[in-house]
Ligand binder design. Structure first.
Ligand code: GLC
Length: 719
């Protein structure tokens, strides 16, 4: 990355204290409505039922957006969040560049989490492709569309490993495993930032939420995170570090505390680990209002105290809380915040602005580029590929793939509700951009009968050969502030399925959802189950591609599907305990639920089958070389995700029974057999001992290779 330190130093030397503080301020357009009450009051009126959701939406529609232009002209704003159109971006940028004293360009950030206009599958879905190349390609596409709309930085990738399916934001990351989250995040960073951050179609990646936001107690959003240092370093930090190593230019600290210290004011996280240990020289930006919320955490007396703690801890930019803009000048003048601390925060922000090329060309897009870029056919095709590879076949008694002549009955409102296909955080697209399952059937002339609610469907059931039940979650039932205390199917879906089974026809279940669900009864009764997640704009087309066998499903779960909510948090890399769960009474298990999940991490079926054999482990000078044969024993080609897990059998701290160390996606023709080889450097087999030293110890290791974390071959070797 080019060195801008001289230009930064020169500019800092010209800036007044007020102008420096202005650079730390990121604000979003606030809604000033035609309504006579405040936004907060309007929300309360809706929550209290004094106005309906529709009325609330109508009133919101009358709201204008206030971009605080006067503050901008006064040099009191350095960045905006949540502006996604070229015209507005350029209008505000023009004020910053031409009407402020020093003309420092604005930085526009937005939540481009899984696509902008061409919304791709939610990250949890896309992670089930186990394909870094795909993740990078969809990241590149998202960058092209988002930058065409004026975005300079995306608040993504989110790489919060999540082991508790009650947490709604499990939908936004790459599942429960830190290695997978790290590979997913690094691929996204490369996709978003491209080869040259100053290119018009590149945007800065802001890795979040730093750190361990996915470990909130009881799966409740924003809740406390309390864990050993060892666990933090072994099971959570590696995912963020992979993104920093991939060149991410921004980091967003998490809302939660870790062991009592909110991330927003954690010097250990933001200075010791991020900057000292990892060498990060980009910028940090708080989560929305997070600095002010340190008062609610009980770690700060007021916003002034919160502002002081945050900047001293290493938080550069304040998103939307106004803690810095209201207090920083006085904090510096009083000497409580040294000028060099302020200068360092400003320099980090200016560095990213320079790297984005904003000083040389602050207007990186226009309405023409915007309209030419959005939703290109090749982007729709990529969205469809991503959706195909993200879907996971959980059960199939042979009813799939469907034969063209089969008459199908489709039941469930999610089959036609386009807007639900985008999933959470779909900012640039709406339902009109999406293809639903019924849309896709219509477009292909597939005859079907359809019922949204499953009522009075006797005629449909009699005339149909196969019934397709489309159930799961709406997009707002996962994502932020969407934790669920129960992750079972909704009662109305249970009822629907019970009714369908009375007709004696095969029932294929399509799941649209943003988290693992506890569906043991489905696994018992359905003829087939296809986990489709929230697949994005090409949902219907990708679904039919798989249902009719044009595409052989290859997706594999990156989160464990438990039997019941009561098993949460549930994950594959668990420890053995001194009494591993078994048949005798005094072992670690539940009285009322099986110990195993319904579907394990790494699980997914295909329309063909695979056989593993010949597992061998050899040692080279610095690594274990693990090899196995994988054969396609079915009658059609397929892609198999071969997984390699390792167990350190004896160590100074208890170690997980399995840890994913590598994987490979292998294409096999019918009858074809390939050798798959993994090289695991000894250095990757370490852990943190009781004194927090990273150690790689001699001893017995077990190596597991298979198509999921449960059904594996095993071989031992000694380091
Ligand atoms: C939200 C989310 C964060 C997002 C930010 C800006 O509260 O926690 O992921 O990037 O605000 O929208």
């Amino acid at each position: 990355m080019k060195d801008y330190d001289e230009r930064i130093k020169e500019l800092l030397g010209k800036m007044t204290l007020e102008e420096k503080v202005g650079q730390l301020q990121q604000c979003g357009p606030s809604l000033v409505g035609a309504f006579v009450v405040s936004f907060e009051e309007l929300l309360n009126m809706m929550f209290d039922g004094r106005i309906s959701q529709e009325e609330f939406g109508r009133l919101m529609g009358t709201a204008e957006q206030d971009f605080h232009e006067e503050d901008l002209r006064a040099g009191r704003i350095g960045s905006y969040n949540g502006v996604g159109d070229a015209e507005t971006v350029n209008r505000l940028q023009k004020i910053a560049v031409e009407e402020t004293r020093l003309g420092i360009p604005l930085l526009f950030g937005y939540d481009v989490i899984h696509g902008f206009k061409t919304v791709t599958p939610i990250p949890l879905a896309e992670s089930c492709a186990w394909e870094p190349d795909l993740w990078e390609r969809t990241g590149r596409m998202a960058a092209d569309e988002a930058t065409a709309a004026g975005v300079h930085m995306t608040f993504a990738p989110m790489v919060d490993a999540a082991k508790d399916a009650r947490w709604g934001r499990v939908s936004e990351g790459a599942g429960e495993d830190a290695l997978l989250n790290g590979l997913y995040g690094a691929a996204k960073v490369k996709g978003f930032q491209g080869e040259d951050l100053s290119r018009k179609d590149s945007m800065a990646a802001c890795v979040k939420h730093f750190a361990a936001y996915g470990a909130g107690e009881a799966g409740r959003d924003y809740n406390r995170v309390d864990m050993s240092e060892q666990r933090l370093y072994e099971e959570y930090l590696p995912a963020y570090k992979a993104c920093i190593d991939a060149g991410a230019r921004a980091v967003m600290p998490a809302f939660n505390d870790i062991n009592g210290v909110p991330c927003s004011v954690s010097r250990k996280l933001l200075r010791d680990i991020l900057r000292e240990d990892w060498g990060f020289d980009g910028m940090t930006v708080s989560d929305s209002n997070a600095i002010a919320e340190c008062v609610d955490h009980g770690i700060a007396e007021d916003k002034r105290d919160a502002a002081k703690q945050a900047i001293l801890a290493g938080m550069d930019m304040d998103m939307s809380s106004n803690s810095y803009i209201e207090n920083m000048k006085e904090l510096v003048e009083s000497g409580e915040v040294p000028m060099d601390v302020l200068d360092e925060a400003v320099a980090n922000i200016l560095r990213v602005k320079f790297e984005l090329g904003l000083f040389d060309d602050p207007y990186r897009t226009d309405s023409q580029r915007e309209s030419q870029t959005m939703g290109k056919p090749e982007y729709r095709a990529l969205g469809r590929e991503a959706a195909q590879k993200s879907m996971v076949l959980l059960k199939n008694d042979g009813v799939l793939p469907l034969a063209k002549e089969k008459k199908i009955g489709i039941i469930g409102e999610l089959a036609s509700d386009r807007g639900e296909m985008t999933g959470a955080w779909a900012i640039g697209a709406n339902g009109d951009d999406c293809i639903s399952l019924t849309d896709a059937c219509d477009a292909r002339g597939i005859p079907y009968t359809y019922s949204k609610d499953g009522k009075n469907i006797l005629k449909m059931a009699i005339e149909s050969d196969v019934l397709i039940a489309v159930i799961g979650e709406r997009k707002d039932e996962s994502g932020e502030a969407a934790s669920r205390a129960s992750i079972t199917l909704k009662p109305e879906d249970e009822e629907l399925l019970k009714g369908l089974h009375t007709f004696g026809k095969p029932v294929v279940v399509i799941l649209f959802n943003g988290r693992p669900l506890a569906i043991p009864q489905l696994n018992e009764t359905a003829s087939a189950i296809l986990e489709a997640w929230h697949p994005g704009v090409e949902a219907g087309n990708a679904l039919l591609d798989i249902l009719y066998g044009e595409v052989n499903p290859s997706g594999k779960l990156t989160t464990t599907f438990p039997y019941t909510t009561g098993q949460c948090p549930m994950y594959y890399a668990h420890i053995n305990t001194g009494r591993p769960g078994g048949r005798s009474k005094f072992t670690s298990k539940y009285l009322d639920t099986p110990l195993e999940p319904v579907y394990p991490f790494g699980y997914g079926l295909s329309y063909t089958s695979y056989e593993y054999s010949g597992l061998k482990v050899e040692k080279t000078e610095k690594a274990f070389r693990i090899s196995a044969e994988v054969k396609n024993t079915g009658d059609r080609a397929g892609d198999e995700i071969v997984q390699c897990y390792v167990q350190d059998v004896v160590a100074k701290r208890v170690r997980p029974v399995k840890e994913l160390k590598d994987f490979a996606k292998v294409s096999l023709e019918p009858g074809e057999e390939k050798e798959v080889v993994f090289e695991i450097p000894f250095e990757k087999l370490g852990y943190y001992d009781r004194e927090m030293n990273y150690v790689v110890e001699p001893g017995l290791f077990r190596f597991y290779v298979g198509g999921n974390s449960r059904d594996t071959l095993m071989a031992e070797s000694v380091l």
